[in-house]
Design a protein around this ligand. Sequence first.
Ligand SMILES: C[S@@+](CC[C@H](N)C(=O)[O-])C[C@H]1O[C@@H](n2cnc3c(N)ncnc32)[C@H](O)[C@@H]1O
Length: 522
Amino acid sequence: MNVVHQHVPRTGPARESLREKGQFWTPEWIADAMVAYVLTGETDTIFDPAVGAGTFFRSAKALAAKSNRPIRLSGAELDPDTLRQARIHGLAADDLRHVEINDFVLQPPRGGLKAIVANPPYIRHHRISGAVKAQLRALGTQLIGRPLDGRAGLHVYFLLRALQLLSPNGRLAFIVPADTCEGVFAPPLWRWIASNYRLDAVVTFAPEASPFPGVDTNPVIILLRNLPPSDSFHWAKCMTPGTGDLQEWIRSDFETEPGHDLVVFRRDLHEGVATGLTRAPVLVPHDGPTLGDFAAVQRGIATGANDFFFLTHQQAAALHLPEEFLVPAIGRTRDVPGDTVTAALLRQLDSQGRPTLLFCPDGRPLQDFPQPVRAYLQTGAERGLSKKTLIATRNPWYKMEFRTPPPFLFTYLGRRNTRFIRNLAGVVPLTGFLCVYPHLTDQPSIEALWQVLRHQDTVANLTLVGKSYGGGALKVEPRALERLPIPSSVLAEMEPAGIARPATDIRQLELGFGKRAILTPR
Ligand SMILES: C[S@@+](CC[C@H](N)C(=O)[O-])C[C@H]1O[C@@H](n2cnc3c(N)ncnc32)[C@H](O)[C@@H]1O
């Protein structure tokens, strides 16, 4: 049997075309495990709504052959070219006889499907046409009783359609991006699924075990049956890529003690849906201190047009913009390689031609600005900036948002390095960052809090409040960051640490916010 190793280009038109069509093939170790689940019931048919190069068909054939069972392969696929690839990768014309070239969601097959297995195309909402979106909305309303939020991608509707077509006692295995469980549309979707189907298991992946290395999504496998719900489900995290433990555990009907490559919990269904199915269970509810007790969080500045408002020193000088309208600023998370922003870093960025100055006109009438500012704003007006979505909400359009330079920044969407940053250069950040403003603003308190924020146990808790993306990236919204649990052990550890006046600092924090836990002896 051929094994398909898909070459996924990192950038360029070939990558874009894969994205457009959602054509990323499932690796064999994942396909085998998912197929094992749906074929556990004595089923002799399997349906793949997005056949592609036929990975699931090959797994199903191999599994059926091992147990000497006949298997009927059927499915749907929009792009006939992929079926040619399926032939090249070892499937016979006969294997593809029951694949309809069709849109699975909009022209679905007849229902009563006993085993559905899919890696649906990951096509985000902004790539879907308005007409198709309207039909998808109608499908949401038909099943759930109300439309899903417009940000649900095509993969979410694949899942809905498949659930609709699943026969009683039928099994479904889907591998989907984590946003299926975490997006704004997820809570009503999962409440509906959890009250109508039996969720058997959810499988997540450590970043280093991702089935799609190099692809910017964090996948999760959903295994469920069309049976009345049960009040708990199995939750697993796969720690090693390619592990056979996953398939073995699934084939044993989740009974075997998993090996080291798999971490497994039995979870309460309501807790799982409430915590987010992609997140680890919160075993001990956190009633201790959170970041919000020590600091307030605000998003960075949204300029609405960085190419106009975010300038290099050279540009600002050429435009003769007076200093009073320029504020040191930091734009991209990758402009900060370490955990501090310093004046030296700004100079280095500037020498690399990166912008480091935010042009900040206030709200005075245009004619009251000095001439160079007036002239530059005039060029912005001529470019039609005042009509851009965000800018149009300001009055006047050029009045820049104001932020006091925060002592700490937070990169809220970073691959493997979502982190706090010490701002030693008095910069204001743009939207790639959050601003963290300590409640206590004296220097020793700020330094004490810095030690807490950079502590690995504090950083580890980010997964409890963030939304996960591929490669370990996390997105954390301002309010969620304020809910970040600060481990009491970290606060206690900081107490005698070699930072300036540590005990006093922590005591001040404690006195300020009444958290007795802070002074609990270790
Ligand atoms: C992520 S790939 C999965 C292919 C294969 N099952 C696998 O797991 O390797 C998704 C496939 O769905 C196809 N597709 C995209 N939109 C579709 C639609 N509306 N109906 C059916 N197939 C579609 C794409 O052409 C692509 O081959």
